[in-house]
Design a binder for this molecule. Structure first.
Ligand SMILES: Nc1ncnc2c1ncn2[C@@H]1O[C@H](COP(=O)(O)OP(=O)(O)OP(=O)(O)O)[C@@H](O)[C@H]1O
Length: 390
């Protein structure tokens, strides 16, 4: 990339303390009404994105990710709220402002690439510059620079049909970046690619982000992609933001059972406090007195534990220093890195654990599963409960 390209550095910015806000959404809502039925695709979305941030919006199908992106791009008009880009209001209900998509300085990359089939790579990438009446010489310099950055300069004369999916997506990315948008919106950009290519394009995208410094909102339903790529992850649920945080925060402290479930925490059990310890629905006694002592008799808590945090051992009496529960070994399989994956039945629920070394238990055998208190995710009334520090 030549030094003349300063992508993602718009003239107007909103400065808040030391932070420069590139995009902000306030009270954003979108209700679709069709055939007498109304769907709240977005409700009360508040989000600020800093200059240069790579934000990944994560959530299951239908949670409103695309609608959010389309509202920011100007392809959909929100029902409530305000959107600001680079310090300028581009949408507001009251007073009524709705800046056209082409005047919002956003770039978009779609899942299906959306390249013009009759234009070669060079002309596809130059298209946004022609629309903006950029002079021919300048156009050529910018197109060359951006194609070089996405490592597609050698494909300049080819038509989209003559490219692989990965190459088409690089070209689509070049076309979105060429006019130096203040915000790049990526709508499931890797979903159409096969697994290996998806992984290599993730790091490609991150390299470009590091080198060019653009601000991005990337949507995906793939938690691994979100945790790997995002400076921050925004988890959505039914049109609302469930949790926002760094990948580490979101991974280690999912705020709700929904978040834990979506972030792949697979082991779970409902437990009730009885006589100062935990008892499962089927009456299984468990260790965990340290946590139980903070809750009144009869309180029901939802326990979530990552497979990596479960130790499998010989059955012992439940103790208070860690959470322990008896499980029945169902089967073991060889897993990544030579570790063994244990599949267990815990009170009717399937749990998973990993253990190094040879298997010393038989299927059907009762074993002890223990978890350090700090590794347990405890939910009370749908919210993450944190043990008060003593
Ligand atoms: N034009 C429309 N008319 C009516 N309902 C719509 C329209 N567009 C989206 N919806 C509804 O709004 C909700 C959110 O849709 P949206 O496409 O934003 O979800 P998503 O999280 O992007 O899903 P996916 O991952 O499947 O693309 C869904 O219930 C969807 O059916």
């Amino acid at each position: 990339m030549t030094e003349t390209m300063t992508l993602g550095l718009p003239g107007e910015r909103e400065v808040d303390g030391d932070r420069t806000i590139s995009a902000s959404m306030t009270g954003l809502g979108k209700t679709f009404v069709s055939k007498g039925r109304s769907v709240d695709a977005l409700s009360d979305v508040d989000l600020e994105i800093e200059q240069g941030e790579y934000v990944v919006v994560l959530g299951p199908s239908g949670c409103g990710k695309s609608t959010l992106l389309r509202c920011v791009a100007g392809l959909e008009a929100p029902t409530t709220g305000r959107i600001q880009l680079a310090g300028k209001t581009v949408f507001s209900v009251q007073p009524q402002i709705d800046i056209r998509p082409n005047d919002r300085k956003v770039g978009m990359v779609f899942q299906n690439y959306a390249l013009w089939p009759h234009l070669n790579v060079e002309r596809n990438v130059a298209y946004p510059l022609r629309m903006r009446k950029v002079a021919k010489e300048d156009r050529r310099t910018k197109v060359t620079a951006v194609l070089e950055a996405v490592e597609c300069l050698h494909l300049a004369k080819r038509l989209p049909a003559e490219l692989s999916g990965g190459q088409q997506q690089r070209v689509a990315l070049a076309r979105a970046l060429v006019y130096e948008p203040s915000l790049l919106l990526l709508d499931e950009p890797l979903s159409n690619l096969d697994a290996l290519l998806r992984i290599s394009l993730r790091s490609e995208l991150l390299r470009l982000h590091r080198e060019l410094g653009f601000t991005a909102v990337h949507i995906t339903h793939d938690q691994e992609e979100a945790l790997e790529m995002g400076d921050r992850v925004v988890l959505m649920r039914e049109g609302r933001i469930e949790q926002v945080g760094t990948p580490e925060e979101v991974y280690s402290r999912p705020v709700s059972p929904y978040a834990a479930d979506f972030l792949g925490v697979r082991n779970r059990l409902d437990v009730t406090v009885r006589g100062g310890e935990f008892v499962s629905a089927l009456g299984l006694r468990m260790g965990g007195q340290q946590i139980a002592s903070h809750h009144p008799e009869g309180t029901t808590l939802r326990l979530f534990v990552r497979s990596n945090s479960v130790r499998v051992g010989t059955l012992q009496d439940p103790s208070g220093s860690h959470i322990s529960v008896a499980g029945t070994l169902v089967q073991t399989t060889l897993s990544e890195g030579g570790r063994r994956k244990y599949v267990l039945d815990v009170d009717g629920a399937t749990w998973f654990a990993f253990r190094e070394g040879p298997v010393s238990f038989q299927p059907g055998e009762r074993v002890e599963l223990s978890v350090e208190v700090r590794d347990a995710l405890i939910y009370l009334d749908g919210k993450l409960w944190t043990m008060p520090s003593t």
